[in-house]
Ligand binder design. Structure first.
Ligand code: BGC
Length: 456
């Protein structure tokens, strides 16, 4: 196989509602848990909030023009629940729907296919006040009703739907037992079981959400989940290390309790054994609801965990990071380009879904971007990172794995959650004072990859 990507390969870019939209109080939108979280002292760097963000709500036409300049034909964004149903349940806010209709029409006019994530962490605060959001089983049904409201109104324009973004982040990092959770709502609960219960409820929401999309969509559509499982990567590709990597995959992070039930219909037995009485309560029928057929799987991949075979009881070791291991501008962002290739292989080999199409729904990095004297941002470090990861994606393709596309995170700098505006992930620089957009060197590099349909 040449270094070309397949002709129909999807080259895209991604964003999410709370991170870019701003207009937090406009047109009947009510607060999400992130609006509230941002007001608590010391939770977000510099006390930043998503109130204005990139003001994309008012500037979406400019941003779509930049997408055209970039040459992408696919764009992944998210829809804000607190805009569509500000109270979390009940009345639909048609002004909120209207914004997404205008955005999607603008994309379609430019020949850009919209890929909509129905939930990217901005739970309505009203549901937090009512029943503690993901702590309650009720949220799964309220989410499904919200999905029905969206898909019945936007399903004539949008046919690619993603239910939830990264379940582990808004549950296991939004609720905690000992340490203060870094993500909204930042609630302390009294047991690990209670934390696992929140992700179980999110899985139920995903399952009911898939059913709701298919029931409400006026035509055929594609449905997926976006997950960021922990990618175990063999330190070297010996048969022993590869087998150890597959074994370690079950209990690494929250894999066994999120991607396993979603794709196989069962929690991993290895995880359940490890959890003991911390395992969530699973009611009869839950796993059937959770285990919906998917048209493809979305994978957000940034990093991996190196594993090797050892002769200890479990047969593997997840390795520590040496001091000085190269990383991008986040404490967790170790550079592991093979994680794309191995992430895809785990879906095929470890989870047994050989033919399930995969989309890399996020990959990217933060860098210490600065505008130089010539008025440019030369982020060659970001290019270095992206190039290696894309080559790893190409390896998966050349070995016949069903990778169908890649969305770069992110189209533009944005509100990086508890890091506020202190960390930049975009290939377009945003000056938050003036709201000027400035394509970085990585933007021009990515445009060339798209144009040549290969990694340049
Ligand atoms: C999230 C994004 C976030 C990115 C970088 C992903 O986990 O989906 O919202 O900005 O990582 O931290």
């Amino acid at each position: 196989m040449s270094d070309k990507f397949p002709n129909n390969f999807i080259w895209g870019a991604a964003t999410s509602a709370y991170q870019i939209e701003g207009a937090a109080t406009g047109n009947n939108r009510l607060p999400s848990v992130w609006d509230t979280f941002c007001t608590i002292p010391n939770r977000v760097v510099n006390g930043d909030t998503g109130e204005v963000a990139c003001d994309h709500y008012h500037r979406y036409e400019t941003d779509v023009k930049l997408m055209v300049e970039l040459g992408i034909k696919d764009y992944r964004f998210s829809i804000a629940w607190p805009r569509i149903i500000p109270g979390g349940r009940g009345t639909v806010n048609e002004a909120g729907v209207d914004f997404y209709q205008r955005l999607v029409d603008c994309l379609l006019e430019q020949g850009i296919t919209p890929h909509a994530t129905l939930f990217h962490w901005d739970s309505p605060q009203a549901l937090e006040d009512l029943y503690g959001s993901w702590q309650s089983r009720q949220i799964a049904q309220d989410y499904a009703d919200y999905v029905t409201a969206v898909v019945s109104r936007l399903g004539d324009r949008i046919t690619h739907w993603m239910t939830l973004n990264e379940i582990s982040c808004f549950t296991h990092k939004g609720y905690g037992v000992d340490e203060t959770p870094v993500h909204a709502p930042g609630t302390q609960v009294n047991s690990k079981k209670a934390v696992w219960q929140t992700s179980h409820h999110a899985l139920l929401a995903h399952g009911l959400g898939c059913q709701a999309i298919r029931a409400a969509s006026p035509g055929s559509c594609k449905v997926s989940l976006v997950d960021n499982f922990c990618v175990t990567v063999p330190l070297s590709e010996s048969p022993e290390n590869i087998a150890a990597t597959q074994k370690a995959f079950h209990t690494c992070g929250s894999n066994g309790g999120i991607i396993f039930p979603a794709l196989t219909g069962a929690y991993s037995p290895a995880l359940l054994e490890l959890l003991g009485e911390d395992a969530p309560d699973i009611q009869a029928g839950d796993l059937e609801i959770i285990h919906q057929p998917l048209d493809y799987l979305g994978l957000n991949i940034y990093k991996g965990a190196y594993v090797r075979a050892t002769d200890n009881e479990q047969g593997y070791e997840i390795l520590d990071w040496p001091k000085g291991y190269p990383k991008m501008h986040m404490p967790w962002l170790n550079i592991v380009p093979e994680s794309i290739y191995w992430g895809i292989r785990h879906v095929s080999d470890t989870l047994g879904h050989k033919d399930l199409p995969i989309l890399i729904t996020e990959n990217g990095c933060a860098a210490q971007d600065e505008i130089n004297a010539q008025g440019e941002v030369i982020d060659s470090d970001r290019i270095l990172y992206l190039r290696q990861y894309l080559k790893s994606a190409h390896r998966a393709l050349s070995e016949g794995y069903p990778l169908t596309g890649y969305f770069l995170w992110s189209l533009m700098d944005n509100f990086e959650w508890s890091w506020g505006y202190d960390r930049r992930f975009g290939i377009i620089y945003v000056d938050y004072q003036t709201q000027q957009r400035l394509p970085k060197a990585s933007f021009h590099w990515y445009r060339e990859c798209i144009r040549q349909n290969r990694v340049v």
